[in-house]
Ligand binder design. Sequence first.
Ligand code: AMP
Ligand code: MN
Ligand code: MN
Ligand code: MN
Length: 279
Amino acid sequence: MSGADLHLHTTCSDGTFSIRDLVSRAKRRKVAAISITDHDYCESLDEIERWCDHYGVETISGTEISTVKNGSELHLLGYGFDPDHRPLKRELIKIRKSRTARAEKMVKNLQRIFKLDINMNDVTKLTTSNIGRPHIARALVNKGLVSDVNTAFVKYLNNESPAYVGKYTVDTSRAIQLLHDAGGVAVLAHLSRYPDWQMIDDLVADGLDGLELQHPSHNLELKAKIESFARRRKLLLTGGSDFHGGRSPSNDIGSEMVPYEFFEFLRDRVNKRMEITVK
Ligand code: AMP
Ligand code: MN
Ligand code: MN
Ligand code: MN
């Protein structure tokens, strides 16, 4: 049996594949288990489970929450939580609302600062909800204003750009608590962006359950460090391709995976957490 890809995006956030197409491709690429981790979103679990049943792929609820700790944005993966848990759901809705307001501001900045001929319709055409910078980037590509998405980020949309506007983010420790209250577990995503081990230890003290081990941005040295750090603290290890669409072999579904048994460890930990939450 092949492994588990536990970091995937669909059109419910900034991916380009529908849920059905993603699950079908996961099956074709012989991935045994998946978790769809759309940004600040988990409203489609029924549909995900239906297609996973249909294609014979195992799954667990997932999301990637935009959080902040000591001023830096950390992405927190949640797994196995109840997506109908009200406080968690409310917080995710709050982030998504702020994404829309922030996209409007960024589009205005692109017009004003960079004199780009782009408006909000060009962006909302590409998504009904849950707008991210990749949608603005794709709108710029569609209008012929940049050659590709990466150039859009380099020239206009990166965090240092004068057009950049931040979105509402939730404190990382609070997001961990919300996931726990919803019966789930919390895993820190792509540590390549913030290898601050003291801060990670503080998050472990706040209940962080695991670290993402496999990710396209992780080199061998970082993976070795994550593995030993996690083993010493009995943390879960997860991983995935961070697929957003596109078919280049380096970021296709299943290009980064953890062994299937890591998926079982994750499920076991979630079941234990459920017992704690129910008690
Ligand atoms: P946002 O959540 O709206 O702030 O946008 C961040 C998202 O943009 C990330 O989740 C990535 O999917 C995407 N992203 C960030 N940098 C780049 C880049 N250089 N090229 C393509 N996509 C990027
Ligand atoms: Mn993304
Ligand atoms: Mn991320
Ligand atoms: Mn991601």
